[in-house]
Design a protein around this ligand. Sequence first.
Ligand code: MTE
Ligand code: MO
Length: 218
Amino acid sequence: MKNILSTTKTPGASGGEESAHRLPPGQALTEKWPVLHYGNIPRFDPKTWDFRVWGLVEEEITWTWEDFTSLPHVTTTSDIHCVTRWSRYDNRWAGVPILEVMKHVRPLPEARYVMVHADPDYTTNLPIEALLDDDVLFALQHDGEPLTPEHGGPLRLVVPKLYFWKSAKWVRGLEFMAEDAAGFWERAGYHMHGDPWTEERFGGYIHTTMQKMRSGRK
Ligand SMILES: Nc1nc2c(c(=O)[nH]1)N[C@H]1C(S)=C(S)[C@@H](COP(=O)(O)O)O[C@H]1N2
Ligand SMILES: [Mo]
């Protein structure tokens, strides 16, 4: 009998029975870490860099590089699942967890979605519950090394439970919103939510827009 696990398993990677529960449908395991983004790698200047929180919050915040990186740090280990069908296990991240950031942010009760803003002109949208999860962090390090510029250094968002396009590289801010709105890839046809386990790869934006049209909302 053909074992379906052996077709997706890379030699040397942890696999076997574990893969059945760990590798989402339609994904293949890789040990390399591909680089994928739109546009040029932005230049980082710690003197002008800032991190902004705005929209439906009681008070807007702007952190400097020094202030933001002085927030408490954690390390986590999580798997990457990219919509282009590669997954990479056991990524060790170090950085500032979203829950530490949120100790300083007071979203208004009507805030239900967040637009993540990143350089260069990148955005991606998340439901507030997807962002405020204990495995979500703003990573400064990967596998014990400072995050390289090509992988989003000096700071990237990591949202392990969703496809990797939600993990914005060169992240610069969060905008709290009442209604969902499409980010960069979501406008291009990627799914509004992006759960790898149910293969929410494409079509969410068009689907949501159609639903709104049918129900008469803008
Ligand atoms: N700022 C920014 N972040 C981004 C992107 C981008 O184009 N710009 N691409 C996303 C996509 S589609 C993927 S798959 C991952 C790739 O991250 P990696 O290059 O570190 O593997 O970054 C995501 N974050
Ligand atoms: Mo991607």
